[in-house]
Design a protein around this ligand. Structure first.
Ligand code: ATP
Ligand code: PRP
Length: 311
C-alpha cells in the first residue's frame, strides 16, 4: 500500500519536531534511477537508505527522499503528497497531473511512437482507425485515437471505433502475439522496436526527465536551493572548461570560435604577442572547437571536465 501524507508527517515529526521536511520523490528503479542518484550526489543531498525502506531522511538537508514508481510521481506531486519529484515528461502527460515543470534534466530522452509491424505495410495512422492498439499509455492514446476516430467518422456512414488496450510492460510483443495491429511505446535507440519487427509511423510526444514541483508546495526557499543545485549539476554535465594560448593577432577569431556563456576570460602572458584564454565550451562540440582553434594556430589547448558550477 502506498504511504499516505499522514505517514510522512508522522515520520517527519518524529524525526524533526521543529518543522516538516521537504518531500522529494525519486524513481525507485528503472531507467531514471541511476541518473537521479548522480544528481542527488552532485547536489550534495546526502542520505542513508535502509534496506527495503522507500523513505530516506537526508543527513545534511531538511529533505526526505521518497522512492516511488516513476509513473506515480506526477500524481503524488500534483496532489501535494510530496513537494518535488523527478520523472519523465511522458509520465506527467499520461497522468494528467497539474504540476509545475521546473526544469528539463537532459537524460531519459525518448519518443512515444505509434509502431506497426513492418510486414503490415501501414504507413499512415489513419489506416489504424477501427483496428486494435496496445499500449502502457492508455490515457494519452485513448485521447489521440478519439481524435483520429472523430476525423475518420466525419466521412463514414457507419461510425468506427479504434480499440485501445492497456498492458503494463513488454508492449512490443503485442503485435506478434496477435493482440494488436499497432502499439504505442517508447523508443530511444530503436533496438526493441526493430527486434520486434516494428516500424514507427507517428510520434505522439518527445520526452526527457524533468524536475516537477507541487504548485503550492511549502518550503519555497529550500525548493529554490535544491533547484539551483540541480541546475548547477546539469550545466556542469553539458560543458567542459577549455584553456588555450593564442597569438594576440588572432584574438578576435579565437573569441568567435569560443565566445563562452558570457565572454571568455582573456589573460596576458609574459610574451605580450600571446594571450591565454579560459572558457566554458559545450561538451558535444568540443572536438570540433579544438580543430578550429588548432587551425588558427592556438597551442596548449587543454580541456577539463567540470564537476559542478553555478552560472
Ligand atoms: N529506452 C528508454 N530510453 C530513455 N528513457 C526511457 C526509456 N524507457 C523509458 N524511459 C524514461 O524513463 C521513464 C521510466 O521508465 P522505466 O522503463 O524505467 O519505468 P519503470 O521504472 O519500469 O516504471 P514503472 O515501474 O513506474 O512502470 C519513462 O517514463 C521514460 O520517461
Ligand atoms: O528504443 P530502445 O532503446 O530499445 O528503448 C525502448 C524500450 O525501453 C523501454 O522499455 P524498458 O527496456 O525500460 O523495459 P520495459 O519494457 O520493461 O518497460 C520502452 O518501453 C521500450 O521497450
Amino acid at each position: 500500500m502506498p504511504l499516505t501524507k499522514t505517514d510522512f508527517i508522522t515520520l517527519n515529526e518524529a524525526k524533526d519536531p521543529q518543522a516538516s521536511r521537504l518531500l522529494f520523490a525519486i524513481p525507485k528503479k528503472g531507467r531514471l534511477y541511476e541518473h537521479c542518484q548522480k544528481l542527488l550526489a552532485g547536489a550534495d543531498i546526502q542520505y542513508h537508505r535502509k534496506n527495503r525502506l522507500d523513505i530516506a531522511l537526508s543527513t545534511n538537508q531538511h529533505v526526505s527522499l521518497v522512492f516511488l514508481p516513476a509513473s506515480d510521481i506526477p500524481k503524488f506531486v500534483g496532489e501535494g503528497i510530496v513537494d518535488l519529484g523527478i520523472t519523465g515528461q511522458d509520465m506527467v502527460a499520461e497522468s494528467g497531473a497539474d504540476v509545475d515543470e521546473v526544469m528539463e534534466l537532459g537524460f531519459g530522452k525518448c519518443d512515444l511512437c505509434v509502431q506497426v509491424p513492418i510486414a503490415s505495410g501501414i504507413t499512415d495512422v489513419k489506416d489504424l482507425v477501427g483496428k486494435r492498439i496496445v499500449t502502457s499509455f492508455e490515457h494519452l492514446v485513448t485521447k489521440y485515437v478519439a481524435q483520429l476516430d472523430a476525423d475518420a467518422n466525419k466521412t463514414r456512414k457507419q461510425p468506427v471505433k479504434t480499440a485501445v488496450s492497456f498492458v503494463s510492460g513488454s508492449v512490443e510483443a503485442a503485435c506478434a502475439l496477435g493482440l494488436a495491429d499497432a502499439i504505442v511505446d517508447l523508443v530511444e535507440s530503436g533496438e526493441t522496436m526493430r527486434a520486434a519487427g516494428l516500424t514507427p509511423i507517428h510520434t505522439l510526444l518527445s520526452s526527457q526527465a524533468v524536475l516537477i514541483a507541487n504548485k503550492k508546495a511549502p518550503h519555497p526557499e529550500l525548493t529554490a536551493k535544491i533547484t539551483r543545485r540541480i541546475r548547477g549539476v546539469i550545466l556542469a554535465a553539458r560543458y567542459v572548461y577549455c584553456n588555450y594560448n593564442v597569438a594576440r593577432a588572432k584574438l578576435a577569431e579565437a573569441i568567435k570560435i569560443t565566445p563562452g556563456r558570457k565572454a571568455p576570460t582573456v589573460s596576458p602572458l609574459e610574451n605580450d604577442q600571446w594571450v591565454a584564454i579560459s572558457v566554458m565550451v559545450a561538451k558535444d562540440k568540443v572536438a570540433e572547437i579544438m580543430d578550429q582553434l588548432e587551425a588558427i594556430g592556438a597551442t596548449d589547448i587543454l580541456v577539463f571536465s567540470i564537476t559542478n558550477c553555478r552560472a
